[in-house]
Design a protein around this ligand. Structure first.
Ligand SMILES: [Zn+2]
Length: 57
């Protein structure tokens, strides 16, 4: 197990939509998309996008 989790967030830019992988330490901070250069705010909670596709049991 790795104690260092990674937060994945999608770039808000509609023309970019690159999935950014940042460490949890970046929560509450802003990172810059390496693809388009837009500033993305990393949310505190891991509820960035509510996926309608739940795990099918
Ligand atoms: Zn981007």
């Amino acid at each position: 197990m790795s104690t260092k989790n990674t937060v994945r967030i999608m770039c808000p830019s509609l023309t970019c939509r690159t999935v950014l992988a940042v460490p949890e330490s970046a929560r509450g901070k802003t990172v810059r998309c390496k693809a388009c250069g837009v500033t993305v705010l990393i949310p505190q909670a891991a509820t960035t996008a509510a996926d309608p596709n739940k795990k099918a049991g």
